[in-house]
Design a protein around this ligand. Sequence first.
Ligand SMILES: [Zn+2]
Ligand SMILES: [Zn+2]
Length: 349
Amino acid sequence: MATTMRAVTFVRNDTVELQEKPVPQIGSDEVLLKVSGAGLCHSDISIIGTGDDSPLIGFTLGHEVSGTIAEIGENVTGWSLGDPVLVSLMRSCGKCRECLAGRDNQCEVITGRSPTGPISPGIGVDGGMADYIAVSSHHIDPLGDLDPVDAAPLADAALTPLHAINSVRDRLTGDATAVILGLGGLGHVGLKILMAITGSRIIALDTDDEKLSFAAEHGATAIRSDAEAADKILELTDGIGADVVLDFVGVQPTVDIAIGVVRGGGAIRFVGLGGGSFDYEASNGADLPWCVNIERAYGGTRSEAREAIALAQQDKIALEVTRYSLDDALTAFDDLRQGRIQGRGVLVP
Ligand SMILES: [Zn+2]
Ligand SMILES: [Zn+2]
């Protein structure tokens, strides 16, 4: 096997380079994966915008990673060379109270009250935009007969909306209304998941014509996200509002719509990190209806990663993937920045 490899590396503010790095040496509990695909996520743009003294500089990027097992550590059992696997989005210890309760995306050892979230491949340790990645055998899940390139975005683009949706699943009855704000990398998969696992009415908002057509073709009521959008949603719900609002954008206009259309006793899941905010006043005069449940959703659990893989295997959440050769990583980053990628971009070594 080669001793060096290509790796998309965060080198300084807003800059990535395709560098030559040593192929990682694995520990006794790790496996070495030959990377099949590494998805490009909007958070990669945020990560490389964290400044010239960012603690993330020097690491290989890429937190949506699939690969085949190329080497197995001496203490690892249950895996064979060549097995196709998905790398877990988030590290978890597997032993703390949160992990044991199935909330390993909130592992108290790895994440705790960290404002930046847990450690992920490409965020605090080397990621998968490279020829190889070393990962703990605890942090991989089998992909079965899925195409491992197309499966890479399941790690985040499917897992994250699935987690947000599962947290409100009991509300998504046949007579309920769910609103999706934003049909980008995460939102378009969120829409497919809602269609696959619920019978609720779905109202989908975006500013882009193509994305609105996509929503309509997939059975949602598509509404342009503008100043009139909240009124239109209230009209469609007899003035009562939506049971569930999933905000995959998080800019001020979408946060305003979320607060403006949630029904009393409904739920909002804020997923997108667009910098929007809302005021909460603990009084009779608050804009927020009574009994609304709000969660700041992040990633998903290991069991939800398995669920995302199963949904893909049943062909219920086929992801729209645009492939780029790893050598064209810088072009792919430009396209991501300019919003030119259809569905999810995936780097293929
Ligand atoms: Zn991401
Ligand atoms: Zn834990």
